[in-house]
Write a protein that binds this ligand. Structure first.
Ligand SMILES: NC(=O)c1ccc[n+]([C@@H]2O[C@H](COP(=O)([O-])OP(=O)(O)OC[C@H]3O[C@@H](n4cnc5c(N)ncnc54)[C@H](OP(=O)(O)O)[C@@H]3O)[C@@H](O)[C@H]2O)c1
Length: 358
């Protein structure tokens, strides 16, 4: 049996962005993958609204760091070139850090399928290295970004993100009653993030022909500001072991294509290696230990890791609940999908009513 998800969508989280951003006030925050799509949006928000003491970005490509330093001229920003595969580098980078947001990953499904060991090195071994470095340095909180593709994974990307979730959640058991605490957020496709289908459709629109893999395909969608707000809220709520899941709208791929490129001819090219027709944010098994907190859902851990763990709070979900993109509500029409298309995370930040621009 499947049920509709509860109604309050993730947008209610970003409406309170300034409140949620207070969780980083006076903290030293390190963002792995801070030069990526999520990382850039997250940095903008916390530097403008969160009053962190210091923000460290760790990723590999020096060119992206160079760009970042030019664009974000903020004395609180530190750019560390480094690879999460490199334990020693992580150990050094995490010295004096209070909060880690773990966004670095390989994330392209076909590329992970074709280069499986590379995906394992980054997404799985990187998570292990991070957990060890966080424990060694007495970090307070580590929150990792996961994906709906980690639920009953059909591809290696999803499988590596499932391993990442499991490794980091289980890391709570290594530390007992001491910090760090490890938790995760899990969400669907971010509208307009690097390499997503929306920039692809936009480029194809200019060429006058869109490619669609399978017309039946559906996906959960999240706007970047809502993903940022979810992470901040998760940091505020986490006591160790939770996975925070937002309430998201869905649309099918034909509706999305029509929203991005109305009237442009489409060609069906077939599903790509490792792709699913529909994604699932919460499996039936997880739903049994998930609670609805109205603003989001929380998958509580299977183990009680330490004495400070929060008591399970929130309303239980109906028996048989599955949160999958083919059955979840609301399913957006073309106009609603178009309204959700956000050209830039920065534009959305400036739309936040309480925004204090430094
Ligand atoms: N985009 C989505 O639709 C979506 C949906 C659900 C969950 N997520 C998750 O959200 C996170 C962020 O996604 P995103 O869209 O921001 O990805 P992105 O734009 O591709 O950014 C990835 C970041 O990770 C860094 N990185 C990659 N490999 C690294 C390594 N070995 N060591 C250190 N840094 C590394 C990249 O920089 P360098 O290449 O310079 O190192 C970049 O800064 C990922 O964990 C992803 O799985 C994304």
């Amino acid at each position: 049996m499947t049920m509709s998800p509860p109604t309050a969508l993730a947008t209610s989280l970003s409406a309170r962005m300034a409140d949620h951003a207070r969780v980083v006030a006076d903290k030293v925050v390190l963002v792995t993958g801070g030069t990526g799509s999520f990382g850039r949006a997250f940095l903008d928000v916390i530097l403008q609204l969160g009053q962190p003491r210091k923000v460290i970005v760790l990723s590999r490509d020096e060119q992206k760091h160079y760009q970042l330093e030019r664009e974000v001229a903020d004395p609180r920003l530190r750019c560390f070139v480094g690879d999460i595969r490199d334990r020693d580098r992580l150990r050094t980078a995490l010295r004096g850090v209070d909060i880690v947001v773990h966004a670095a990953a390989m994330k392209h499904v076909p590329i992970c399928e074709y280069n499986p060991l590379e995906a394992v090195h980054t997404n799985v071994n990187g998570a292990r290295n991070l957990a060890e470095a966080a424990i060694d340095n007495g970090v307070e909180r580590v929150l990792a970004l996961s994906t709906d593709k980690a639920v009953s994974p059909a591809n290696l990307y999803g499988a590596t993100k499932l391993c990442m979730e499991k490794l980091l959640i289980a890391a709570n058991a290594y530390v007992g009653d001491r910090p760090p605490r490890f938790s995760a957020v899990r969400y669907g496709n971010v509208m307009g993030s690097a390499g997503s289908v929306i920039p692809l459709f936009q480029a194809q629109r200019a060429r006058g022909r869109l490619t669609i893999t399978d017309e039946r395909m559906t996906r959960f969608w999240i706007r970047m500001p809502d993903a940022v707000a979810l992470v901040l809220r998760g940091l505020g709520l986490m006591t160790g072991g939770e996975i925070f899941v937002p309430k998201l709208p869905t649309s099918d791929i034909v509706t999305l294509a029509e929203a991005v490129a109305p009237g442009v001819p489409r060609e069906v090219v077939g599903i790509r290696p490792g792709e699913k027709l529909h994604e699932t944010l919460l499996s039936a098994e997880e739903a049994r230990r998930t609670r609805d907190l109205d603003e989001l859902m929380v998958i509580w851990p299977e183990f009680r890791f330490h004495g400070g763990a929060a008591p399970v709070a929130g309303r239980p979900l109906p028996e048989g609940f599955v949160y999958a993109s083919d059955v979840a509500q609301p399913r957006l029409d073309v106009d609603e999908t178009r309204a959700l298309l956000e050209p830039s995370p920065r534009a959305a930040l400036h739309a936040v009513p309480e925004a204090r621009v430094a």
